[in-house]
Design a protein. Structure first.
Lengths: 332, 342
């Protein structure tokens, strides 16, 4: 399979008065064409920072890429180093090649512009050769795909729409330029359960109709079961395990993944059997030495406190960053 | 009948207008009495000025003053008030006491245009400069340009305008002799006949220049600081990050996404400032002998010219109350979120 995106040794830090926040630490990840990759982790694990870096959207002056690169592989075989893109080229790259749906559904839209105009701005500024009528036809099609009444929505202002509708507008807008890669950063987090379900169904429709590559960022592992092809688990700024849905759900090889799975309720699990991972996520300024998960890990040995583990191959497509995965979980 | 009244009361605009009328009535009543509570009355002031300038005795001066002013200030206050109100309803602002026989309305019509011209010119310039600077400062926040300008704006908006006015006259006009004092002061050169001639228009702009600069210098800082704060908070909004992610042109993000949202709260202050135009810049007009409504009010106060004072105050309150109401309605037009019933 051809990768569409290669993240190589990426590290991002935030400058804070207390010190450097190591939000993303040496992340290596390939995203393959046509797949849906889930990036799962607790809040503060660096998922959103990673997402923003892929579009070079980190707040200037506060966040800094301290190492690594992100290579985007174009359809025509050309490669783009995203972090090196400047002004005009970066602007034209955004949304056209990689689009993003953000977490804050409530605030993603300009409050004083009609949806119609915000949609059309995208087409205008990217110099898409479409007549006004063709453009609106395309917009209406996309709105229909996200199950919205185009006639009503287009002439509305954001405050006249519900949270779920706004998020669906954002999804439709993200598809406007037929991007090759769509990043969804917690697209359902601020919404109620029913609306969440709705959005997930819309995304399934999009997967079936458009076959585009998606990176879905979430803290909710159960969403991955519905939509993911592959899952990458993030902890304290790095990826601790990556594998297919089956591998992650049925044969986890990292104590953290294991803990996450046990903390998700299942229909068949008995009342009171839900477990949580003891302890708290680490302080991202003063990270513990060795494996960053060791203070919360019941399987830790001396080596875990001394050396940080790297991703090791478990089986085809399945990698884990744990020194003791063989002892704990056994070989397949 | 009562149903029509209720429906009328429910009407948004009718309620607004009713509120304006009531406020203006209350304020004009208050000014009527407060003006008369000031020490001295027009006759006393005139008598003492005759005594000091013409060297008359008190008796002579008093007789002359009484002959000059055909008013009866000894009439009971409540009768004067009723007289004032009944004139007001007919649109009659009365006749000036000291400029004998000149209707107050005519005086206001003569002085008001100059204030409207000079202050609205200054207000627009000050708003424009302030908004532009505020946005640039916000975009470069923390930088040296921002730090210096924030300091300057804070100081400038804290200095009273009459001090700047006096400094302008003392230094630019007298000490350094950079600008002719007779052009700096006054409204226009009296030897030029007013009219739509190039000569007159140029002369008018030459005279308005320094009052204009003084006003702008003292007010742009306030606009700039508010715009800076609004822009910074707008820049932090999610929809700005989204707009960048969408690959929109930088100019569009700056104007349609950041600028338009940041400027919204300022429109209310701008509209209200328009109301205060009518009050003129009392002190600036005095320092520069710019014969606008502020200057008229100043001389009316000095001479205790009750009808003129009342007239000017009435215009000023009406303008302020109206502009507040207009700001209210206008905000609904420019911000869709507060628009009523869709």
């Amino acid at each position: 399979m051809r990768p569409i995106l290669s993240i190589k040794g990426l590290s991002v830090e935030y400058l804070s008065p207390r010190g450097r926040v190591k939000a993303v630490r040496n992340v290596n990840l390939e995203v393959y064409k046509g797949e849906i990759l889930f990036l799962v982790g607790e809040s503060g694990a660096g998922k959103s920072t990673l997402g923003l870096t892929l579009l070079k959207l980190l707040p200037e002056g506060i966040a800094k890429v301290v190492g690594g690169e992100v290579i985007y592989h174009r359809d025509d075989g050309g490669n783009l180093n995203i972090l090196k893109l400047r002004k005009g080229r970066l602007r034209r790259f955004r949304w056209k090649e990689v689009a993003m749906v953000f977490q804050g559904a409530m605030n993603s839209l300009n409050p004083i512009m009609k949806i119609k105009d915000q949609m059309y701005d995208v087409i205008k500024d990217h110099g898409v050769r479409l007549s006004k009528r063709e453009a609106y036809k395309k917009i209406e099609e996309l709105l229909a795909m996200v199950r919205l009444d185009a006639k009503r929505v287009l002439k509305s202002y954001p405050h006249q729409l519900s949270g779920g509708m706004k998020q669906r507008v954002m999804i439709a807008m993200s598809l406007l330029l037929d991007p090759k890669l769509l990043i969804l950063d917690e697209p359902t987090t601020a919404l109620d359960v029913l609306t969440q379900k709705n959005i997930m169904n819309v995304l399934k429709d999009i997967r079936d109709k458009l076959h585009l590559t998606m990176i879905f960022i979430t803290h909710d592992l159960s969403l991955a079961a519905e939509l993911a092809d592959r899952i990458a688990i993030m902890y304290a700024g790095s990826i601790v395990e990556v594998g297919s849905v089956e591998q992650i759900f049925y044969r986890p090889k990292h104590p953290y993944t294991h803990g996450l799975l046990k903390s998700v309720p299942k229909l068949t699990s008995e009342i009171g059997k839900l477990e949580s991972i003891p302890g708290f996520p680490p302080d991202m300024i003063n990270l513990p030495p060795g494996c960053k998960f060791h203070p919360r890990c019941v399987f830790r040995r001396d080596i875990c406190m001394e050396k940080e583990p790297f991703l090791q191959k478990v089986e085809e497509n399945h990698y884990t960053a744990c020194w003791r995965w063989r002892d704990i979980f056994g070989e397949e | 009948m009562s149903e029509t009244l209720i429906r009328l009361y429910r009407n948004f605009f009718f309620r607004k207008i009713l509120r304006v009328a009531v406020t203006v009535f209350i304020v004009s009543t208050l000014t009527f009495f407060i003006v008369r509570l000031m020490p001295g009355n027009p006759i006393d002031i005139y008598i003492s000025s005759l005594m000091s300038t013409q060297g008359m005795s008190y008796q002579e001066a008093r007789q002359m003053a009484l002959a000059m002013f055909s008013i009866d200030l000894d009439a009971p206050l409540h009768l004067q008030y009723i007289q004032y109100l009944s004139n007001l309803i007919r649109g009659d602002l009365g006749v000036s006491i000291t400029s004998t026989g000149t209707p107050v309305a005519k005086m206001i019509a003569e002085f008001l245009p100059w204030t409207l011209f000079s202050v609205s010119l200054s207000l627009f310039a000050s708003f424009g400069i302030g908004v532009a600077l505020g946005m640039v400062m916000a975009y470069r926040r923390g930088g040296i340009f921002d730090t210096i300008l924030t300091g300057i704006c804070t100081i400038m908006s804290a200095i009273p305008n009459y001090i700047v006015g006096i400094l302008v006259i003392v230094f630019i006009g007298i000490q350094w002799n950079l600008y002719p004092l007779e052009t700096m002061r006054g409204t226009y050169t009296s030897t030029i006949t007013p009219g739509f001639t190039i000569e007159f228009i140029v002369d008018v702009f030459k005279h308005v220049l320094w009052p204009f600069i003084t006003y702008v210098v003292c007010t742009f800082g306030g606009w700039a600081l508010s715009m800076r704060a609004n822009t910074i908070s707008t820049l932090g909004e999610d929809y700005i990050t989204v707009a960048k992610a969408k690959g929109l042109k930088e100019s569009r993000i700056t104007f349609s996404y950041v600028g338009r949202n940041a400027i919204l709260p300022l429109f209310t202050s701008l509209t209200i400032s328009f109301g205060f135009i009518f009050g003129g810049s009392l002190l600036i007009e005095n320092i520069f002998v710019y014969k606008g409504i502020g200057w008229l009010l100043w001389s009316a106060i000095n001479e205790r010219d009750y009808p003129t004072m009342q007239g000017v105050f009435l215009i000023m309150t009406t303008a302020v109350v109206l502009s507040v109401t207009i700001a209210d309605v206008l905000y609904g037009l420019i911000d869709p979120r507060v628009r009523r019933g869709e």
